[in-house]
Design a protein around this ligand. Sequence first.
Ligand SMILES: NC(=O)c1ccc[n+]([C@@H]2O[C@H](COP(=O)([O-])OP(=O)(O)OC[C@H]3O[C@@H](n4cnc5c(N)ncnc54)[C@H](OP(=O)(O)O)[C@@H]3O)[C@@H](O)[C@H]2O)c1
Length: 329
Amino acid sequence: MKAVVYDRYGPPDVLRLEDVAQPVPRRDEVLVKIHATTVSRADCATREANRRSGLAIMLLSRCISGIRAPRRRILGCELAGVVEAVGAAVSEFAVGDPVFGRTGFRFGAHAEYICMRQTAQIAHKPTGMTFEQAAAVCDGAFYALSCLRAAHPHTGQRILIYGASGAIGTAGVQLAKHFDADVTAVCNTQNVELVRSLGADRVIDYKREDFTLNGQRYDVIFDAVGKHSFRRCADSLTRRGIYLATDGLENLVLQLSTSLSGGKKVVLFGMQPRDPKKDVVLFLKKLIEAGRYRAVIDRSYPLEDVVEATRYVETEQKTGNVVLTVTGA
Ligand SMILES: NC(=O)c1ccc[n+]([C@@H]2O[C@H](COP(=O)([O-])OP(=O)(O)OC[C@H]3O[C@@H](n4cnc5c(N)ncnc54)[C@H](OP(=O)(O)O)[C@@H]3O)[C@@H](O)[C@H]2O)c1
C-alpha cells in the first residue's frame, strides 16, 4: 500500500510517499481502507520532534517518539474510511462498514490502510457526513473535550475560548455550547462569522479588542491555540477561575503550583487516559447526528501533496482542519 513515511525528524520535506507492507488485522482488529485523514499540529510537532517548543519538550518528545529517529514511520492521528477485513473475534464491525476515528499518538493514518482494534477510538461514520468531514471530527474534539471536562462544564458557566478558529478552538466552542455554557470566543476578523455560526454567544475580534482590558471576568479561559498565558489573563478570571492550556511546559509547572492553592488554577490538557477508549468518538457521533456538531474544514489536499498540506498547517493559521484525501480509495 502507499503511505507517507519519514525516517528522520525535520522539516515537512522529510515526508515522502512510499510503498509499504499492507497491515493484516489480528483477531480483534479491523482493517480500514482510509478515504480521508488530516494533517494536525500533533503530526507536525512530532515530525520535527517539537523543535519549536524548547529543549526540555524536544528531549521529552524524542524519548516518546524515538531518541535518534522516529519509531513510528507513518503519522496521521484521525481518519475515515471503510472496513475492508475483520479479525475472527470482531463483532462490532463488518466488511463494508463506513467508519471514522482517531489513532492519537499511535498515528498511522497517512496511509491507504490501517488496522485498529475494535475497542479503539473507532465507530460507524455518522450518517450524512462525507469521509472528508468525518476524518476531521475526532482529534481537535478529543483535546477540546479533555480540557473542558477538567473544568466541569455546566449551564451558565462563563467560558472564554481564545483561538476559537483552530482545530481545538472550533471544537471547543461547539462542545462548550453543548454543555450549555455562556461562550465568548476570541478570533481574528476573518473568522468572526464562522465562529458565531458555531454557536458562540459573543465573539471578540482580537485585532480590535483585547479581552483582558474589557473588565469582564470568566470562570474558564480556554487558550485553545497556545498563544496566551495565565499571567496575562489571570485578572480576567473569577476568584476560583480555571485557565485551560493546550501547550507549554510552563503550564505544567503552573498546574502543579496552582493545584496547591485554593484560588485560580491552570490545567494543561485535562486528564489524558493512556489508552483512550471510544466513548469520545461515540459521543461525537451522537452530537453530529443530532445536528449539534460539525467539523470545520479549511483546505483539502490529495495524500500525495502532504508536504504542501503540512507547510500550510505550520503557518499556524488554518481555520479548523486540513484534510488529506486518499485517492487510491
Ligand atoms: N491539533 C492537535 O492535534 C494538537 C495536539 C496537541 C497539541 N496541540 C496544540 O494545541 C494548540 C492548538 O492546536 P490547533 O490544531 O487547534 O491549532 P491550529 O488549528 O493550528 O490553530 C490555528 C488557528 O489559530 C488562530 N491563531 C493563530 N494565532 C493566534 C493568536 N495569536 N491569537 C488568536 N488566534 C490565533 C489562527 O487564526 P488567525 O491567525 O487568523 O487568528 C488559526 O485559525 C497548538 O498549540 C498545538 O500545538 C494540538
